[in-house]
Design a protein around this ligand. Structure first.
Ligand code: C2E
Ligand code: CA
Ligand code: CA
Ligand code: CA
Length: 275
């Protein structure tokens, strides 16, 4: 398409160019960082709402950049997905998470996030198998978190992969529940072990009546389907109390602890509140 005025067109082009260049730089940086081993999973505890016991830790990836410091996933995962680098990154997280979890108490699991892009890779099953074998971690202690966007793409192949993972003994969680378009139909297409209620519903509990109604509906659904429900982003006691009252199974959030490096897992197991 032609531009209306020459100036506008050139301005637009320059903008695109700068963005494309920034993207190329970040991509080069990402590749180098993989070589230099600058990625590391942080861990956030997931607690049983009734017993208050830590049942698992979720692995949340951090980029420890020599100049820029600790970089959050929102700043590099999208590009890693676009460039396919997420496959290598994902394998790294799986290996590290399983190896770390193998040193924790037997009744504490580890949850790893999987990108939809990893499901397009034919090696996914092999890399999960390898991570379990090399670490010696029992498959039942590994939870894989997927969002419903995974089920949107090529769902036949994806469902087959999910069933294979489950046959290995790995648990599958549906992440960010309630944020997509047709979450309910996904619960029928695959027997998830866990539903993670998106943080947005939890954070609005105090201010929005309908958020309470949604939490009630989801925990009720979980109970009748025999699926564990985990609330994300629990930041205060009032939210935890309400979740407990509504029969939510597990809770995760800053109320207990922010994500911390593997070296601090023992401390998180010892202390129920760490802010
Ligand atoms: P997610 O899987 O929904 O993870 C939960 C996010 O909420 C994390 O952000 C966590 O640090 C944050 N969070 C936890 N508790 C609270 C709380 O009480 N309040 C608030 N405001 N936030 C809380 P984080 O670590 O920045 O990760 C963002 C997203 O990046 C994750 O969302 C996940 O989608 C993605 N991600 C992280 N690690 C990986 C990974 O290893 N692989 C893939 N594919 N994606 C990852
Ligand atoms: Ca997650
Ligand atoms: Ca989530
Ligand atoms: Ca999320």
């Amino acid at each position: 398409a032609k531009a209306d005025g020459r100036g506008t067109y050139r301005f637009f082009e320059t903008g695109m160019d700068a963005r494309a260049q920034a993207r190329r730089l970040l991509e080069m940086d990402l590749r180098a960082a993989l070589q230099r081993n600058e990625f590391q999973p942080y861990y956030q505890p997931i607690r049983d709402v009734v017993s208050d016991r830590v049942v698992a830790f979720e692995a949340l990836l951090r980029w420890n950049h020599p100049q820029r410091g600790l970089i959050a996933p929102i700043n590099f995962i999208p590009l890693a997905e676009e460039t396919g680098l997420i496959v290598q990154l994902g394998e790294l997280v799986l290996r590290r998470a399983c190896a770390d979890a193998a040193t924790w108490p037997d009744d504490v699991g580890v949850a790893v996030n999987l990108s939809p892009v990893q499901f397009k890779n034919p090696n996914l099953i092999a890399s999960v198998t390898e991570a379990l074998e090399k670490s010696g971690l029992a498959a039942r202690r590994l939870e894989l978190e997927i969002t419903e966007s995974v089920l949107l793409q090529n769902s036949e192949a994806t469902l087959t992969t999910l069933h294979e993972l489950r046959a290995m003994g790995v648990r599958i969680s549906l992440d960010d529940f309630g944020t997509g378009y047709s979450s309910l139909s996904y619960l029928r297409s695959f027997p998830f072990d866990k539903i993670k209620i998106d943080r947005s519903f939890v954070s609005e509990l105090a201010t929005r009546e309908d958020s309470v109604a949604i939490i009630r509906a989801v925990t009720g659904l979980g109970r009748s389907l025999g699926i564990v429900t985990t609330a994300e982003g629990v930041e205060n006691d009032a939210q935890l109390e309400l979740l407990r009252r509504e029969g939510c199974t597990q809770a995760q959030g800053y109320l207990f602890s922010k994500p911390r490096p593997a070296s601090e897992v023992a401390m998180m197991l010892d202390r129920p509140r760490l802010r």
